[in-house]
Design a protein around this ligand. Structure first.
Ligand SMILES: [Zn+2]
Length: 420
């Protein structure tokens, strides 16, 4: 009889014990039950702590697109928390599938262990060392006092602050212990600046190499143009640097280059030409005067501003020099009929949309403003193809709040753990 009772008690105890032993498959996914970001099946956190954590994680997600999951478990049996965290992270797919900016915070009470599991890209913001520091500084002291809720909140707030740069703005002021945040403010902002510089150093170096290369090109072209005798040719050699794109891309030093180029090329354009026939100085006609020396097509080009013409005449008007200054960017191209740069695309429209099973049709119309030549082309639009991301089941739309699944991120095992 005693043996039977012992057996029954033993089975009951085993059942109870195994019931609170969670596995990667049995841990309740808060996203699926529509209950935010925290899995709290053993009620280690109070409902107000839960609500607070959900609200700050939602803020992070809305502003930085990072996805944070917190899992509070009584026991995972003999499982190693780190392995459990990596498996659970990948099982749920925390973080965006493309950007991998997820974080899992796993709390295992009976093993007295806290684990941070970071997605591939999260590691850039939250290094393993940083994870460990947060645990040691904000969580472990609280856990030792059995104040698990406050430990999780303090650690998560610190994580949130790192994700967002300035967490103070998003943390409701009615919670305690916001006073500690100011002490670390300065330190963390400098950390963020440092990592920003680290992450973008390659781009910055490349930027300066491009500036140097473009500057070298500028000086070569400047030299070539100065060596050129003819003022029209000089202008053409340096024409590339009349583009204001250079100082938009590289304000320093190209604002200066741009101004210099504008001044000297305008001067070259207006320097009196010498007639090759008579050796006399020529003078430039005004826009109104020059029309009688230009062809109809050239006047059309000036009208649509694809080419600007200067007409030079010598005193007796027996020698005429016409010089063409093309615009860098013009919607007008050379007309196949009259050859003037007055041919443009009137429209480009879809006549029939392509589907997954059939091709579509488009139509383009061109017209010449000079000779009136017009042409309409029809062309085929390729069939639609299904992208791999839309067929894989995980969609990037799961970012928005209140969605029923995580973003599909993965972890390579980054993060850190601490015991108390
Ligand atoms: Zn034409």
């Amino acid at each position: 009889m005693r043996k039977i009772i012992t057996l029954i008690v033993g089975i009951l105890f085993l059942n109870l014990y195994s019931f609170s032993q969670w596995t990667v498959q049995t841990v309740p996914d808060p996203k699926q039950s529509g209950k935010g970001f925290v899995s709290n099946p053993d009620n280690i956190l109070t409902s107000s702590e839960l609500a607070f954590l959900d609200s700050i994680i939602q803020e992070v997600q809305d502003s930085s697109k990072a996805e944070i999951a917190i899992v509070m478990l009584q026991s995972i049996g003999a499982e190693v928390p780190k392995t459990f965290a990596t498996e659970l992270f990948n099982h749920w797919g925390i973080g965006n599938a493309e950007t991998d900016n997820g974080l899992l915070i796993l709390f295992v009470k009976d093993q007295r262990r806290i684990e941070f599991e970071t997605g591939y890209r999260t590691e850039q913001i939250l290094s393993d060392a940083k994870c460990y520091d947060i645990q040691q500084e904000y969580m472990i002291p609280r856990f030792k006092e059995a104040d698990y809720g406050q430990g999780i909140i303090d650690g998560t707030k610190e994580v949130v602050r790192i994700f967002m740069g300035r967490a103070e703005e998003i943390i409701p002021s009615d919670t305690e212990s916001t006073d500690t945040s100011n002490d670390y403010n300065y330190k963390d902002e400098s950390d963020c600046d440092y990592s920003f510089y680290e992450r973008n150093r390659g781009i910055l170096i490349l930027y300066f190499i491009i500036i140097a290369a473009v500057l070298v090109l500028f000086f070569i072209l400047l030299l070539i143009s100065i060596l050129e005798k003819d003022y029209f040719n000089r202008y053409q050699r340096l024409r590339l640097f009349r583009l204001y794109i250079w100082f938009i891309l590289f304000p320093v030093p190209f604002i200066v280059v741009y101004i210099i180029v504008r001044i000297i090329t305008e001067r070259w354009r207006n320097t009196p030409r010498i007639s090759e026939k008579t050796g006399l100085i020529m003078h430039k006609l005004t826009e109104n005067e020059e029309d009688k020396y230009l062809k109809k097509g050239q006047i059309s080009e000036e009208k649509v501003r694809s080419i600007d013409y200067d007409v030079w005449v010598s005193g007796e008007e027996d020698d005429i020099l016409i010089q063409a200054y093309k615009r860098w960017f013009s919607k007008y191209n050379a007309c196949p009929k009259c050859k003037f740069k007055t041919y443009y695309k009137v429209y480009d429209k879809v006549i029939r949309q392509p589907t997954y099973s059939s091709t579509g049709t488009g139509e383009k119309s061109y017209k010449c403003t000079n000779c009136g030549h017009a042409k309409v082309y029809t062309y085929t639009i390729a069939k639609k193809t299904k992208t791999s991301s839309s067929s894989s089941g995980s969609s990037s739309s799961s970012w928005s709040g209140g969605s029923s699944s995580w973003g599909g991120g993965s972890s390579g095992g980054g993060g850190a753990g601490s015991s108390w």
